[in-house]
Design a binder for this molecule. Sequence first.
Ligand code: F42
Length: 148
Amino acid sequence: MALHGEYEPSPAQWVRDQVETYERTGGREANTLLDTGLPVIVVTTRGARTGKLRKSPLMRVEHGGEYALVASVGGAPSHPNWYRNLQADPTAVSIQDGPEPFDARVREVTGAERDEWWTRAVRAFPPYAEYQQKTDRVIPVLVASRQH
Ligand code: F42
């Protein structure tokens, strides 16, 4: 993997636990959001300030081998740190959807392309629609594709 650095686990215990179990079992366990039964992926970014590796479970929104990363944070007023990390370096990211992570790069989608991905995202995880209504910010959608 091209993404090197010291791993700094999330300050949120349930996030930390989910990532640890997902990685230990190669995605066979801890692969859904709590009791929703809806699948997650694990996204690793490099801290824009600290340079440390950060791992965030996000909902799995896959299409044609690409993944939407929806920076919703449950409709919170501010963007998540992982999103800011990816703005700083869109090539410093890996995605794990199953046994092995792969290196990716992201691009933020806008306009009609964002609309298409947003529709897919809400289909995969309907609460995204409520999260958008709860917040004044337009929830950013990044699309991750495999680095060749
Ligand atoms: N969050 C989403 O936004 N979308 C989802 O689809 C989603 C699904 C999901 C499923 C399961 C699950 O367990 C969690 C899920 N989450 C989802 C929550 C997600 O994993 C993140 O916890 C959430 O989006 C908040 O992201 P965050 O990057 O703000 O994480 C916080 C908790 C965090 O870890 N903060 C660190 C801290 O110490 O407070 C800092 C992390 C960081 O990257 N710091 C940077 C650095 O340099 O190291 C500095 C950043 C800066 O600009 O200062």
